[in-house]
Design a binder for this molecule. Structure first.
Ligand SMILES: Cc1cc2nc3c(=O)[nH]c(=O)nc-3n(C[C@H](O)[C@H](O)[C@H](O)COP(=O)(O)O)c2cc1C
Length: 257
C-alpha cells in the first residue's frame, strides 16, 4: 500500500482513537482527514491510495452530517476499508450505508469492521473500551485486510456486510448537554460543536434544535463542565445501562471474497 489515508467523523473522539490504532498497524505513513467539522477543500483519491473510512453509529446508521461530508469525497477505483464504531448496543445498517456511499463515490470497499467504544451518551456502557482485547482484534483486522488487499483482482466480488435496505428510520434523541458553574467561558465547546449549537454569549446553554447529542462538547471541555443532566436523562441512563452495561460485544469483520 503506497498511501494510506484515515478519513473519519468523530465528535466524541472514540472513532478517532480506533482509527488511529488501526493506522498504527500499517507500517507506512498515514495521512489523517478529520471531517467532523466539515471538509475544508475538495478531497479526492486515486487508485494508488488506500482509504480507511471511520464513522460512529447513530441509531444504527451513519450520522446524517457524516453522510453529507462523505458524499463530497471522491475515489477513482480507490481501495477502501470501512469502519464503524458503536456503543455496545448494535450497529444495524451503518456498514451497509457506509459501503453504499463509498461505492457510489468511486471507492472499492474490500474490508469492513464494526468496533466497540464507550457509549458517548451513556458512559457506563462499554466503559473504557477500546481496551487491550480490542487492540489485539484491531491488529488482527489490519493483518487480514492487508492480506485481502494483496489478493484483490478484477475477479473480486463486491463486499458483503451486515445491514438492511431500506435503512432504519432515525429519530432525534431528546438529550442535550449543558454546562455548569465550572464553565469558565473558554470557548472550546463553541468552536468545536459541529452544529454551532453553543454560542459565545452563554456557553452553558445549548440550542436544543441544533444539538445532535453527539457529546463532542463533553469530550473537549477542559473544565469537565458539560454533561447530560436532568430527570429524562437519568431515567434513560438507568434503563439503558441496566440492559447493556454488563454485556460485552466483540468486533466483527467482513472481507471481500
Ligand atoms: C446520537 C447518538 C446515537 C447513537 N446510537 C447508537 C446506536 O444506535 N448503537 C450503539 O451501539 N451506539 C450508539 N451510539 C453510541 C456511539 O455509536 C458510540 O459512543 C461511538 O463510539 C461514538 O463515536 P465518537 O466518540 O467518535 O463520537 C450513539 C451515540 C449518539 C451520540
Amino acid at each position: 500500500m503506497k498511501e494510506v489515508h484515515l478519513v473519519y467523523y468523530s465528535p466524541a473522539l472514540s472513532t478517532r482513537k480506533i482509527m488511529r490504532s488501526i493506522g498504527k498497524e500499517f507500517n507506512t505513513t498515514i495521512k489523517e482527514h478529520d471531517i467532523t467539522q466539515g471538509i475544508a477543500a475538495p478531497l479526492s483519491f486515486t487508485k494508488e491510495d488506500t482509504v480507511i473510512f471511520g464513522v460512529p453509529v447513530y441509531s444504527g446508521r451513519v450520522p446524517a452530517m457524516a453522510v453529507d461530508y462523505l458524499q463530497q469525497i471522491k475515489g477513482e477505483s480507490t481501495p477502501a476499508i470501512l469502519v464503524c464504531v458503536y456503543g455496545n448496543r448494535e450497529y444495524e445498517d451503518t456498514l451497509l450505508e457506509l459501503k453504499n456511499i463509498c461505492q457510489g463515490n468511486g471507492f472499492i470497499p474490500f474490508a469492513a469492521g464494526a468496533f466497540i467504544a464507550q457509549h458517548s451518551i451513556f458512559s457506563n456502557v462499554a466503559k473504557d473500551r477500546p481496551d487491550e482485547k480490542d487492540k489485539l482484534k484491531i491488529a488482527d483486522f489490519v493483518k487480514k485486510s492487508i492480506k485481502k488487499y494483496q489478493s484483490l483482482d478484477s475477479n473480486s466480488s463486491s463486499l458483503e456486510v451486515k445491514g438492511n435496505y431500506p435503512y432504519r428510520e432515525v429519530s432525534k434523541i431528546p438529550l442535550t448537554p449543558k454546562g455548569d458553574k465550572q464553565c469558565d467561558n473558554c470557548g472550546t465547546c463553541v468552536k468545536m460543536c459541529p452544529t454551532h449549537a453553543i454560542t459565545e454569549d452563554n456557553p452553558k446553554k445549548t440550542d436544543k434544535d441544533l444539538c445532535i447529542s453527539c457529546a463532542r462538547c463533553i469530550a473537549v471541555c477542559p473544565q469537565h463542565s458539560r454533561k447530560f443532566r436532568g430527570l429524562i436523562y437519568s431515567i434513560a441512563r438507568r434503563k439503558f445501562e441496566s440492559k447493556l452495561a454488563g454485556v460485552r460485544k466483540d468486533p466483527e469483520f467482513f472481507f471481500i471474497s
